[in-house]
Design a protein around this ligand. Structure first.
Ligand code: FAD
Length: 293
């Protein structure tokens, strides 16, 4: 969203400052965008509702187009390629009755053109999202960004450019002036606080359930809730070693009468996994997936 008062020469005066660009959401999209804008000489600030970055691995397969965009960020592609597991450990999808049971089939999902730079100058990659987030934050730090939480001394500072303001949730948007006003809610010393932030351009990078999208009245198109999954993130060096020896792969589709699930091997050598289990409410509740079960 952009209002007509856009000016690169905006004067900053305390909390009434009008930021050139405000990005809502410090996921991969918000962080990459803030790096690219800064490199183009456009100052921005990021609001993130979570107080800390997630350690849940989430995404792991990075497609060619994302890697092409990452080429614009100094050394990022090289660092991902250096840090990811060797491709032979993640090129296969394995279909089985259990991890130690019969293999129903296995498919090599890497095409020669994925690696030989035929369709793209840069190959696909297998690298957990939380590790990517750490690399992006390092890049932002090098560009002069500060990550602040509401309780810290920096958190009480005025809303300035080159900040990632953690623990700040965008709760309303007002476009009735020459600039856009975003109300950010945060908890400071146990108290809920709301502050207004003004900007010329507002970018909603707040994910699939985007609050920005809803607040500006844009409908979600297409089918919703295609599948509900419970994700169990765990570390097991033993399982990693077993699969490295028996049948290395990236995804293990497990089908048997006791359980159905997809095991995502984020890193077999480190033994880092996520087990995704289909979840069918209201027949099932989240208590059915307690750590004991
Ligand atoms: C288990 C899992 C596995 C996945 N695997 C893959 C994969 O292998 N490959 C792939 O390409 N993709 C995968 N994805 C999808 C991928 O994670 C998402 O496409 C990606 O995270 C989208 O990035 P984003 O920055 O748009 O949104 P998000 O990562 O969702 O980030 C949005 C951010 O905005 C913040 N936010 C939301 N609302 C507000 C608000 N009102 N105010 C302030 N902040 C707000 C959120 O806290 C969040 O940090 C996977 C996702 C999951 C959950």
């Amino acid at each position: 969203m952009q209002r007509r008062g856009f000016s690169k020469e905006q004067v900053f005066k305390g909390d009434d400052a009008v930021l050139p660009v405000l990005i809502i959401g410090a996921g991969p999209v918000g962080l990459v965008l803030s790096i690219l804008l800064t490199k183009l000489g456009i100052n921005c600030t990021v609001l993130e509702r979570n107080k800390a970055f997630s350690k849940h691995p989430q995404a792991h397969f990075i497609n060619n187009r994302s890697m092409e965009i990452f080429r614009k960020i100094d050394g990022l592609v090289e660092e991902i390629q250096r840090s990811q597991p060797p491709v032979d450990l993640w090129r296969k999808f394995v279909y089985c009755t259990s991890l130690s049971g019969s293999i129903l089939g296995s498919v090599d999902h890497i095409q020669p053109q994925d690696l030989e730079h035929v369709v793209s100058p840069v190959s696909v990659a297998h690298f957990s999202q939380y590790k990517l987030t750490m690399l992006l934050l390092k890049q932002l730090e090098n560009l002069g960004f500060q990550t602040c939480v509401p309780e810290s001394s920096e958190g009480n500072m005025q809303f300035r450019e080159k900040k990632i303001l953690m623990g700040h949730e965008c709760v309303s948007i007002d476009t009735s002036n020459d600039f856009i006003t975003v109300t950010a809610s945060s908890v400071n010393n146990g108290k809920q606080v709301e502050k207004d932030i003004h900007c010329n351009i507002l970018i909603g990078a707040d994910g699939a359930g985007s609050t920005v999208r809803k607040l500006v009245g844009i409908d979600m198109r297409g089918e919703k809730d295609l599948q509900k999954l419970v994700s169990v993130h765990f570390l097991s060096k033993r399982l990693g070693q077993f699969l490295l020896k028996e049948n290395p792969g990236m995804l293990f589709f497990i089908f048997n009468t006791e359980a159905i699930g997809v095991l995502v091997a984020h890193d077999l050598r480190q033994g880092e996994f996520v087990l995704q289990i289909p979840f069918y409410p209201p027949q099932q509740t989240i208590e059915d997936f307690s750590p004991k079960v």
